[in-house]
Design a protein around this ligand. Structure first.
Ligand SMILES: [Zn+2]
Length: 141
């Protein structure tokens, strides 16, 4: 089977509930990623050919915040950093890898340093959710 180019292939529109914007052009996997991922082979076909990769921009949930600090200068000119929370912003912290020899996609969640091989459910409108997440949907099957 001829693999579909990753740029024209749908990827999960959501990741653990977060909306994701995937890049449309694959970038060479020799590009620098910090920290660099382990050398990998395809778990489906065993190919060691470098996979195609696109980055995913994970958008924040409504009301989500990031931990931060704000600087406050005291009476004697000393600056202290006080913990605070700031509104979250979109972050490129997902990377999708397409095997060049079979239609297998894996996603590296850089935020949790977890690798996920996608299955058909992940491409649906609800996207990919962590298996520990309790699904509110029920099947009447
Ligand atoms: Zn493969």
């Amino acid at each position: 089977m001829r693999p579909t180019p990753i740029a024209t292939f749908a990827l999960p529109p959501r990741w653990d509930g977060h909306e994701v914007t995937w890049e449309t052009m694959p970038v060479p996997t020799v590009s620098f990623i910090c920290p660099p991922p382990e050398p990998r082979y395809c778990g489906n076909c065993g190919s060691f050919f470098p996979p195609l990769m696109v980055r995913g921009l994970r958008h924040p949930l409504d009301g989500e915040t990031f931990d931060s600090t704000r600087a406050k200068t005291g009476r004697f000119g000393r600056t202290v950093h006080i913990p605070t929370e700031v509104p979250a912003w979109p972050v490129y912290d997902l990377a999708a890898f397409r095997c060049p020899t079979c239609p297998t996609d894996e996603v590296w969640d850089i935020r949790t340093d977890e690798w996920w091989e996608l299955d058909l459910d992940d491409y649906g409108p609800a996207g990919s959710t962590h298996p520990d997440t309790v699904h509110e949907e029920t099947n009447d099957a």
